[in-house]
Design a protein around this ligand. Structure first.
Ligand code: UDP
Ligand code: MG
Length: 326
């Protein structure tokens, strides 16, 4: 199993992708033949319930350059990508989706750019073939993240990229559990650049990203790369304090000066409406702040538990443990 490392590794997460795998294999063999590099494809079966892994085993039997890992359960797309990166042996490592939305032919352009002296070449989506709701959500999320994240996370770029070995080495050292690959990749630094491409429609099968999972991904991005939500709590606190001080000032003046306000003197004010407003407002803000704290505490708890980030049930063409220690 200790053949020389290939020049290019492709990492592809697969979750219930049995309908798309034959198409994927064909496209990869065709497009990779044009590169003139030695290559391997690492397919990470993220706990699929269909025959994805059986197909991957068969693919390996026919062509050992296709290698596969199988998780003991569904750990999520980002974790699958990370596990793949940990097992990739190539000097260049690419990340693609299994559904052919990221055209493998585009890797030629990316590799050419990499040879100009870049360490990361990521693909920027020019057009998407998703419904309008998803497109609006994506656009809004990337713009929000760009404006609040502490590192520059490029707009409209997903995980589709090619990286040099030294970037992969940096990523492998990141111990976190709440993985947001495109953020960590940006964080690693080096020379990075984007190239635009048209994102194709999914070649077969259904999306494996229901809205719930997308929302979780968005939260991982925001909370892992921005302290702004925590600061927001402080800002809101200051604002509430300011408003409260003004209200107190008014109420005291009203009482002392004894003038009529909204048909009442302060002494005979029933006070019910204002009281309810104040309670609801303050209560709302406190819950919001607690929620924000909770998000971070939940994540800290997740990190300190130090559980393994994924569990490999089976591997074909790869060691169960990471192959290449840098
Ligand atoms: N995926 C995964 N685990 C999951 C969900 C998705 O490995 O829990 C993989 C999936 O097989 C695909 C990639 O992540 O290769 C992107 O998923 P999908 O194409 O369904 O997402 P979309 O493009 O619709 O956002
Ligand atoms: Mg897709």
């Amino acid at each position: 199993m200790s053949q020389p490392a290939p020049q290019l590794s492709l990492v592809i997460p697969c979750y219930n992708e049995s309908t798309v795998l034959p198409l994927l294999r064909e496209r990869l063999v065709q497009s990779l033949a044009q590169l003139g590099l030695t290559w391997e494809v690492i397919l990470v079966d993220d706990g699929s319930r269909d025959d994805t892994f059986a197909q991957l085993v068969a693919m390996h039997a026919v062509d050992p350059r296709f290698k596969a890992l199988s998780f003991s359960r569904n750990f999520g797309h980002q974790t699958a990508v990370f596990a793949g990166l940990n097992h990739a042996g190539g000097d260049f490592v690419a990340v693609l989706d299994a559904d052919l939305q990221d055209p493998p032919e585009f890797l030629v352009t990316c590799l050419a750019k990499l040879n100009e002296g870049f360490d990361v070449v990521y693909a920027v989506r020019r057009a998407r073939k998703e419904n309008i709701f998803k497109r609006v959500c994506y656009a809004a999320f990337y713009r929000l993240l760009k404006s609040i994240a502490e590192v520059e996370i490029p707009l409209d770029s997903g995980d589709f990229c090619v990286m040099t070995r030294r970037v992969v080495t940096v990523l492998k050292r990141m111990p976190e559990r709440n993985i947001f690959v495109r953020g960590l990749r940006a964080w690693s630094g080096f020379r990075q650049t984007g190239i635009e491409y048209n994102r194709a429609a999914r070649a077969a099968g259904e999306t494996k990203y229901p809205f719930r999972k997308l929302l979780r991904l968005a939260f991982d991005g925001v909370f892992a790369f921005s302290p702004l939500p925590l600061r927001l709590a402080t800002y809101l606190g200051f604002c509430t304090l300011g408003v409260s001080a003004l209200v107190v000032l008014f109420v005291v003046t009203w009482k002392l000066a004894g003038f009529k306000f909204m048909g009442h003197y302060a002494s005979d004010v029933p006070g019910w409406t204002s009281m309810v407003c104040v309670i609801l407002f303050l209560g709302g803000i406190q819950f919001l702040i607690l929620g924000v704290m909770g998000e971070y505490i939940g994540r800290i708890y997740n990190e300190v538990k130090q559980r393994p980030r994924w569990i490999i049930r089976e591997a074909v063409g790869l060691e169960m443990d990471e192959r290449r220690e840098d």
